[in-house]
Design a protein around this ligand. Sequence first.
Ligand SMILES: [Zn+2]
Length: 120
Amino acid sequence: MSFTDSLRGYAYAVHKRDGFKCRYCGLDGSDQYENWIRLSLDHLLPKGHPNRDNPDFTVTSCMFCTTADNWFFQNAEKRGLTFEGMTPEQLVEQRKPFVLKVREAYFEFWRENVATSSVP
Ligand SMILES: [Zn+2]
């Protein structure tokens, strides 16, 4: 059994290219094992797009960021977003504010309802 095939197989090359860091929040998988096992892949293009599974249009993302703005593609038209003719870098920048907005909302919730000590 090959663990590299079954676990991080095709994601490994993408993770390595991205320095094992989530492209949205910066979570560093090279720093700690607990971070590394949280790394996933994020598709920058919607389902059905010919380049969707092209590794160039797939980036390292932690599990939270990957699903944070889960309706991103469904909401794209409403938000006036397009995907054609954009570089992977531009697609990350386009998606980032939506992902970080959800992260911030979760942080506020955590601070108010979960954190045991007072957090500034
Ligand atoms: Zn992240």
